[in-house]
Design a protein around this ligand. Sequence first.
Ligand SMILES: NC(=O)c1ccc[n+]([C@@H]2O[C@H](COP(=O)([O-])OP(=O)(O)OC[C@H]3O[C@@H](n4cnc5c(N)ncnc54)[C@H](OP(=O)(O)O)[C@@H]3O)[C@@H](O)[C@H]2O)c1
Length: 158
Amino acid sequence: MGSRVWLITGASGGLGQALVGEVLSSGERVIAVTRDDEPLRPLTAAFPGCLRTVSVDITDAGALRPALDDAIAGFSRLDIVVNNAGYALAGPFEELDDTELRAQFEVNFFAAVNVLRAALPHLRAARAGRVLQISSLAGQIGAPGMSAYTAASTPSKG
Ligand SMILES: NC(=O)c1ccc[n+]([C@@H]2O[C@H](COP(=O)([O-])OP(=O)(O)OC[C@H]3O[C@@H](n4cnc5c(N)ncnc54)[C@H](OP(=O)(O)O)[C@@H]3O)[C@@H](O)[C@H]2O)c1
């Protein structure tokens, strides 16, 4: 049967990296999706065979799908998806240009959509699974200088 497999995005630092470490320490396995796998190398060495890193741009749906399919096939299962990657674009609304705004939505919203679309066929095939969406209180309460982050943050988690 084997231990559960988690897919965690934004794994190179912060909450994502900490979660990868906690999950591995609890005896489960992780597919860590990241732009930079260097910070994860100590965990790869400490938990042999339990951590697969996928270096892919999560905003590129075409590249993401086969990369995730490969990693999931390597573990022969997927149980939990954590959409964690994200950042806060801060600044007065009138000073944010379209390129910055679109990038905020590409990473915080559409990349989560890309990951979910790639993962769902596996979860549906297993008729089981959980998706955890890391969002922000900013999605519920606006704050000065945070209009872009608030707009791109989902108001609910599930
Ligand atoms: N820190 C807070 O106080 C706070 C509060 C509320 C909500 N959150 C949310 O919680 C999540 C984790 O927060 P954190 O503080 O741990 O964040 P973090 O360490 O700053 O970054 C999280 C990860 O997101 C990915 N990421 C960042 N910018 C990106 C970009 N432009 N394109 C693609 N990936 C990018 C990176 O992963 P890779 O380098 O591995 O690709 C990064 O390690 C985020 O979604 C954040 O919005 C944080």
